[in-house]
Write a protein that binds this ligand. Structure first.
Ligand SMILES: Cc1cc2nc3c(=O)[nH]c(=O)nc-3n(C[C@H](O)[C@H](O)[C@H](O)COP(=O)(O)OP(=O)(O)OC[C@H]3O[C@@H](n4cnc5c(N)ncnc54)[C@H](O)[C@@H]3O)c2cc1C
Length: 362
């Protein structure tokens, strides 16, 4: 079969790599460049921590394993940073929630442990923890990745396995055949690319692309702000969720900041630069040596969330020649979904992990 993958974010680039490595004739079509979409503006924390219900947790835990398996398969994964995640809270209601979640995660064999204040300090000596905090939780298997680096590397590996990369090419329509269904795509400059199967990996634009194929795919996107600041090299060692700020190291000596407060403020109409400056201010409160840091860049990106907040991945039986992978947590799930959907395309077998994430539900 000849397959077209639309979108070179973490999901589409991972899929193009897997398909090409399986010997499939694949073309990756991207309207901009690798990781120009949400992948480039993601906090990119690999986890299954708060993923519920249980089947979505299991999918994300398998996603974490898939990142490590990819590292082992390739012999290196310079995008993967496995330092764990340190969390603490100050609000009593949040403390009760944290305790309940920890107990549940431990029951599900997810590595999660209490640390006392001294142990937290030893883990992150440069971070100032609120004085009344006595303990926090450490999730040792969680990690962060450099999403753009992963997407670019997946594209390069796909090309090395024979895939064709078509960047700066926007898909504007589908070619159809009354009997066989989707038979290819049309590009903005009128070129037609024939294919036996088109896989929609267009992230937050997936609903618009699906509509062109005659499919209603309801998305409920939310906006998220991530901020990169300079002069952070060595200041923190891992993903940290503090009460007023989420932060992690980033490539090139930067530190990445995020908080749902800022996301909410932007949804309510606040300006992104103002919120970016507010997160920078909080960073200096938590890590005094970041007081001299400067804003490097910030991004407001939409999360590609299917309406029921669950992944949609696989063939769409009602539209022959069309498949999709659309998901929140695509950073955690990209390599796993790429492997599972490649198996579905090449063998016709659907993995049990995907049982409750079939596109046919829409
Ligand atoms: C603030 C924020 C924080 C997040 N934090 C996390 C996290 O900690 N952990 C986690 O796992 N997930 C997180 N996510 C979610 C995660 O980033 C996304 O699920 C993931 O990046 C989606 O990847 P994707 O490849 O599906 O989409 P994208 O990266 O958006 O890629 C889609 C690509 O399709 C291209 N495209 C679209 N339409 C067309 C067309 N018609 N023709 C050609 N190309 C087209 C776009 O240009 C784009 O490059 C976060 C998201 C945000 C916004």
């Amino acid at each position: 079969v000849k397959v077209i993958v639309v979108g070179a974010g973490v999901v589409g680039s991972s899929l193009a790599f897997r398909l090409a490595a399986a010997g499939v004739d694949v073309t990756l079509v991207e309207r901009a460049g690798a990781a120009y979409g949400t992948t480039g503006g993601s906090f990119a924390w690999i986890n299954a921590n708060a993923k519920r219900p249980r089947d979505y947790f299991t999918l994300n835990a398998a996603g974490m394993d898939a990142h490590r398996a990819l590292r082992d398969e390739l012999g290196e994964a310079p995008w993967l940073h496995e330092g764990g995640n340190l969390v603490w809270v100050t609000d009593p209601a949040e403390a009760a929630e944290l305790e309940a979640r920890l107990a549940e995660l431990q029951q599900w064999s997810y590595r999660a442990e209490w640390l006392d204040r001294q142990q937290m300090h030893e883990l992150e000596p440069r971070v100032r923890i609120e004085p009344d905090v006595e303990q926090g939780v450490f999730y040792a298997d969680e990690a962060w990745i450099d999403g753009p680096l992963l997407a670019r590397r997946m594209c390069a590996l796909a090309a090395a396995h024979g895939a064709t990369l078509r960047f700066a090419c926007q898909v504007t329509g589908f070619e159809r055949d009354a009997a066989a269904g989707i038979r290819g795509v049309r590009l903005a400059h009128s070129e037609v690319l024939p294919a036996d199967l088109v896989v929609n990996c267009a992230g937050p634009a997936a609903d618009r692309l699906a509509a062109l194929a005659g499919r209603a795919l309801p998305l409920a996107p939310t906006l998220g702000l991530t901020v990169r600041i300079s002069n952070g090299a060595g200041s923190i060692g891992r993903v940290i969720h503090a009460p007023r700020l989420h932060l992690r190291p980033d490539s090139d000596g930067l530190v990445m900041l995020h908080h749902h407060d800022a996301d909410q403020a932007i949804a309510d109409g606040a300006s992104a630069p103002d919120e970016a400056r507010e997160l920078l201010r909080r960073a200096a409160e938590y890590v005094p040596e970041l007081a001299g840091a400067r804003l490097s860049r910030w991004a407001v990106a939409p999360r590609p969330i299917p309406h029921d907040e669950r992944t949609s991945a696989g063939l769409v039986p009602a539209i022959p020649g069309y498949a999709e992978i659309v998901t929140h947590s695509g950073i955690t799930l990209g390599p796993l979904l790429a492997r599972l959907v490649t198996a579905e395309i090449t063998t016709g077998q659907r993995d049990p992990l995907l049982e409750h994430f079939a596109p046919a539900r829409f």
